[in-house]
Design a protein around this ligand. Structure first.
Ligand code: ADP
Length: 360
């Protein structure tokens, strides 16, 4: 279990006074203080304390509830995606291994000329595995994974985005090596100026760039991954910091076949012939990885629906009563699940890739 340093009398706790910040004000945990932190916040802060029982410098002036939010909601202790779960994208996997995984595993070798960029951009249509890659990187590099959607900073954390960003980078620097994955990074670093939120979004952007600068130069083992399906909205400052930019395209026909096979095999439902698979591949041109997953889900309902149509009660249904998933199930599912990416969107990505992508 978790060691509760706080129970020992000598632990000096960071405390929040009247919604203020952790830090200089100290008090004994366990002492009866009116504005004491609640248990979960205290546990969370204790886990971030160094061997000396003190909260690291970077976290001292941050609000405990923000640190707690980062630790509990944004930090993912077990991202649970492996390279082999990701279909296709061989090129991206190879680049990423060299550019970011090796440096995170062997910082001693990757210095000087070999020092890596600290910012990676994954761009391309939605549902193609960008988040999976982020998680897999963290897994392979044995790094702590942080996931935040940039649009939540402007929508959910109105007025507090900057503070949350500071807490995010602060906690990450206590949890190195760390991978910070910022989804929809365009909404944070876009060149477009939306009305109203003008000033606050500009400050948020500045704060974010400052934090990035902070670990870019230092010896910190932090990698920032931005993901976007609107790369054209990133401005020059953003591009400069995201030094490696990888195009994550729609899955190839082989990758689509792999996704179908993999998902059905996991459930022991795979009975399709090679011809069936080829037919499915032909019919799913333009489908993203996530579309494929939805398609398989829908198709796998086919046998169940049929059994129920024949009058079997759901409560009485036995697994043996269901036939395997067939090509016909996929053909039916294709009516329900349409591709989510349009062909002219793809042109935009390819153009941007030619201009700004890392074609290593
Ligand atoms: P993105 O971040 O690019 O929008 P995600 O990585 O979140 O997309 O993918 C969403 C889901 O779609 C994944 O959880 C996975 O089930 C499926 N998927 C997408 N791309 C792939 C892929 N290349 N290989 C396997 N599954 C994929």
């Amino acid at each position: 279990g978790v060691s509760r340093r706080g129970v020992r009398g000598n632990f000096v706790s960071p405390i929040r006074s009247n919604g203020g910040s952790v830090g200089n004000v100290t008090s004994r945990i366990g002492g009866k203080s009116d504005d004491a932190l609640d248990d979960s916040t205290r546990t969370c802060l204790e886990l971030l304390c160094g061997p000396d029982g003190e909260l690291p410098e970077k976290l001292r002036n941050l609000e405990p509830r923000l640190i707690e939010h980062v630790s509990n909601e944004i930090m993912d202790r077990d991202p649970n995606v492996r390279w082999e779960d990701i279909a296709g994208l061989e090129h991206a996997k190879k680049c990423v291994t060299e550019m970011v995984i090796w440096p995170l595993l062997r910082p001693d070798i990757f210095r000087g000329c070999r020092s890596p960029g600290r910012g990676l951009l994954l761009f391309g249509p939605p549902g193609t595995g960008k988040t999976m890659i982020g998680k897999a990187i963290a897994g392979e590099a044995k790094a702590t994974f942080f996931y935040i959607s940039a649009s939540s900073l402007t929508s959910k954390w109105i007025g507090e985005g900057e503070k949350l960003v500071r807490a995010l980078f602060g906690v990450a620097s206590c949890r190195q090596p760390a991978v910070i994955f910022v989804d929809e990074i365009d909404s944070l670093l876009s060149q477009r100026k939306s009305e109203g939120e003008h000033e606050s979004s500009r400050r948020l952007k500045t704060q974010f760039l400052i934090e990035m600068e902070g670990f870019d130069s230092g010896s910190e083992q932090i990698l920032l991954i931005g993901a976007t399906n609107r790369p054209q909205e990133l401005d020059e400052a953003a591009r400069r910091r995201l030094t490696k930019r990888l195009y994550i395209p729609l899955p190839s026909s082989e990758a689509r076949a792999w996704i179908v096979r993999n998902l059905l095999e996991k459930d022991g439902l795979f009975k399709l012939s090679e011809e069936d698979i080829s037919a499915i591949c032909r019919l799913t041109e333009g489908y993203s990885g996530s579309d494929m997953k939805n398609l398989v889900k829908d198709a796998s309902m086919g046998p169940l629906r049929e059994a129920l149509r024949q009058g079997i009660e759901i409560t009485q249904l036995k697994r043996e009563d269901m036939r395997p998933v067939t090509l016909q199930d996929f053909e039916n599912a294709l009516q329900e699940v349409r591709p989510s990416v349009s062909m002219n969107e793809l042109g935009t990505y390819e153009e941007w890739n030619k201009q700004f992508g890392s074609l290593s």
